[in-house]
Design a protein around this ligand. Structure first.
Ligand SMILES: [Fe+2]
Length: 213
């Protein structure tokens, strides 16, 4: 990383959050965001409303059930440069732990006011934000549950497409979750959103790999 881009990168981190941990945060954030499997519920039912507010569905007057949260962040490449025009394709279970997907047969209810799927773009300085509900945990079988998480597919021409999942800090199910617990502590930290001073507001930065020309 050049001196200028590193300085710019650290400045961006400082502007975001993480007071008192600049050096370690900058070092950690130059690591690529760890990958995770896509899972079985990538949306397959077309929907018109794919905007950054998943708590409302266009044409309906109600709002999604559950705790409304906002997640904001920036996309960087592995050298610390911000990346604009990145597509973030994200999907998750609703507040009851139900995917709006025909193959999700669990008994939890569909929430007709929850958008469930969004496709958004990073803007200036790689910034993005979206509003959603805190995802419910959902059962895998009689003995295990997936801890709350959000699936992300991050893509841009000239960069390796990243499939990952983001997690929430200190959730009691995290360390019982088969996918989360097989990651190293460092990987877990890179995949976990950070709380801010605002209630129900989180930060999550992504680092993707530029394909060398
Ligand atoms: Fe999932």
């Amino acid at each position: 990383m050049s001196h200028n881009s590193r300085r710019h990168f650290i400045k961006n981190l400082a502007a975001g959050t993480l007071a008192g941990a600049f050096a370690s945060a900058a070092q950690a954030q130059t690591m690529l965001t760890p990958r995770e499997m896509e899972g079985p519920y990538y949306p397959i039912t077309p929907q018109k409303d794919q905007d950054a507010d998943l708590t409302r569905v266009a044409g309906k007057s109600g709002v999604a059930q559950g705790t409304h949260i906002e997640i904001a962040g920036q996309v960087f490449d592995h050298e610390g440069n911000t990346v604009e025009g990145v597509t973030l394709d994200l999907w998750q279970a609703n507040a009851f732990g139900k995917y709006h997907h025909p193959h999700d047969t669990c008994e939890a209810p569909i929430d007709e006011h929850f958008q469930a799927w969004a496709i958004i773009q990073s803007g200036e300085q790689g910034r993005f934000r979206f509003k959603t509900v805190f995802p419910g945990a959902y059962p895998l079988n009689a003995n295990s549950q997936r801890t709350p998480h959000i699936h992300l597919k991050v893509s841009k021409l000239g960069y390796d497409t990243l499939l990952t999942q983001l997690y929430f800090p200190d959730h009691p199910l995290n360390h019982k979750d088969g996918l989360f617990k097989r990651k190293s502590a460092q990987e877990q930290a890179l995949m976990t959103v950070k709380r801010t001073k605002r209630e129900n507001h989180y930060l999550f930065n992504l680092v993707i790999q530029k394909i060398p020309l």
